[in-house]
Design a protein around this ligand. Sequence first.
Ligand SMILES: [N-]=[N+]=N[C@]1([C@H](N)O)O[C@H](CO)[C@@H](O)[C@H](O)[C@H]1O
Length: 829
Amino acid sequence: RFGPEFAATHPLAVGPVVSPPHSVDGFVKEFLRELNFGTGVLLSRATVNDQYVALARTVAHYLAARWLEGGRTRREAGVKVVGYLSAEYLLGRQLGNALLATGLRDIVEEGLESCGINLSTLRAQEVEPGLGNGGLGRLAACFIDSLATLNVPCIGYGIRYEYGIFRQTFVDGRQVEQPDAWLSLGSPWEFPHPEAAVQVDFGGTTEEYVDEDGTPRRRWLPSWNVLGVPYNYMVPGYHNGRVNTLRLWSAQATKAFDLQIFNSGDYAEAVRAQTFAENISKVLYPEDSTPQGRELRLQQQYFFVACSLRDFIERELPADFDLHDLPERIIFQLNDTHPVIAVPELMRLLVDERKMDWDEAWAVTQKCFAYTCHTLLPEALEVWPTEMLAKLLPRHLEIIYQINDGFLREVREAFPGDEMRARRMSIVTDYPERAVRMAYLATVAGAKVNGVAELHSQLLRDKVLPDFSEYWPEKFTNVTNGVTPRRFIRLANWNFTRLINETIGTGWVTDLDRLAELEPYAEDPEFRARFRQVKAANKERLAKLLVARDGIVLPEGHLLDVMVKRLHEYKRQSMKLLHILSTYEQIISGAIDPATVTPRTFVFGAKAAPGYKMAKETIFAINAVAATLAADERTNHLLTVAFPANYNVTLAEKLIPAADLSEQISLAGKEASGTGNMKFALNGALTIGTDDGANVEIRELVGDDNFILFGMSEPEVADLQARGYNPAAVYESNPLLKRAIDLLASGHFTEGNRDAMNPLVMDLLYNDRFLALADFQSYIEAQAKVDELYADPDAWSRKAILNVARTGFFSSDRSMREYLDRIWHAKAL
Ligand SMILES: [N-]=[N+]=N[C@]1([C@H](N)O)O[C@H](CO)[C@@H](O)[C@H](O)[C@H]1O
């Protein structure tokens, strides 16, 4: 576009772009420029939000140079890229992480101070992008952070929901959802590129035709379409100069406004197309582990994968690139079944648009995808009715049928006469209605299928996809989840970071196995004392936050017993509640001497999917118990229940470093992995947990002495369920449990209204699908062990320090290395 002489005199035109000077003065100049020319205000008149936006933009300038360079080198080098396809990214606040990655924190703090501005005031101004529900979404955020820090070229693809996960409020103890208008004050971290919008088609029919070289072909005749506008976000690596991209798609109408209709006075109709289109990326579906079968959800899934595939093929690859070589340039990781419609979409692009032969296209497709399954709950495996697919994506349905036909032909050849097996393995099922099993499609198309913890991956092979693991044993593997130590230790727990740095240096932030060097210090009384000071300081910080944020007063010197995760019956918040009720009942009934009770504060954090009734009943019960205990003079110096509303990444960063005890009490065989369990152990909390998900690997690494195990194992659960389970009989046979449930049902927590707790009580007594009553006795015995252990703070700290020293394995950097070596066969630059 411009001649060499212009390039010679304007280096910024061709790059490399130079970032602003890493000096206080350099930063202040850049910040004031951004405030004046970017935000258009003078410092003297700037609001806190103006200052925050200008600061975010300024920090982005420091990253932009690396970002542009990273993109250029990635494209020029023609290296293999990891394309992470995820419908959810739970990113958390960006400013702190950007300051950490760039090493700008101290310069910015001093620079802002010279402008009379406090950095933490501006950090508190940031609204976190809640573009995810829970573990799956946060895992995606940890993974892209690790890939950037490992210098691996990666593009994260997802949806820019206008409204993220709802804001949770409590009204009379009941959850009430408020829309999450996270964009209302603008989002300084995003870079929109409307010029790179992608058209996405929907509906219509298909037809056979003969193309110019006489070959009979099929094609899609869509009936409507929308535009996908990419919004780019920076994903900075830690101190390595790499900045990867997160590209989130926003839907808008191809023809946003119809002037003729407007002039005819039908204003609503004039913008109907826009409203309709925008709906596609309007809001995140708030279900965690229970999919929403609504058509809009399928529209969302197809929308972002169609944008992402076309974007990569047309904007990241040279125009003349031979798509037979696509597997050398990209591996798309399917984050659960949500993006699996990408498989027939790639086939459509290769066969219909690029005229590639079916078998060649299928060979390419099978090398371009890998699938991660995140659940064991049968109801969480997505199936889409063929009727809905035929209406919305008729060509994709045809392609799925063709894929299935080819696959079943192979199965029948491998297992002649075994029609039952072919029916069991068919991607298309007829029961209870004709539908496409997306997990099966992902398994047939994917080069690899992995679970997210050893136990989960084994159950995936043995119970969820047994026919497939028998047919393709080498396709199945495991990559245990991990968490980024940058956000969840270095950023969230500065007090502990300082102690670790002073003790073993700073290398652990990018090499978490080095935490093992702390092991000897578990035997050092002085280090143990300093560890307790860190925990106490984190508790104080949390107490300040909760009183300001929720008006919750945290008593001093209590064991902090924390259970934070989505509200779901399999996670068994109800069993935690039964432990609290039982302890309380024994105190008020005089069954135990209050002097023998370890003062505890039970902290809950949990959102329930809006339509999940029993989850909402559990939230109501926890809040009712919390209010009663707070008002009960007999116990409120011993037992406190704190339930701050709207648990999210930002609150987790304050809660986790303060915790003594981490509750990981799901029914064995139900929690695929868990990732909160890892964050708590790495921040020096002891875990009370079942042998479920990644708990098993945590216990194996920290040692049985440093993990409080209880409950049935997965085989014991399967055995009990096979033998038949009668929760009411357990209730009748366990006096402590009976008195706890009777108290809950008595109206004691609901001003005498005995019906208020009925739904929960009836469910526990006559349903109890996740065996909370069956594991209750083992659980309270384990809790008694916790009291005993906590009575000796030095012994407790020793075990807590050993937990930290032995859980470096749970870094998402390690997870990424395993994906790179065993699944993606891609490497760092
Ligand atoms: N969906 N989903 N699955 C989950 C979580 N609920 O988001 O994915 C998480 C990330 O893999 C797992 O840790 C967790 O066990 C599992 O239930």
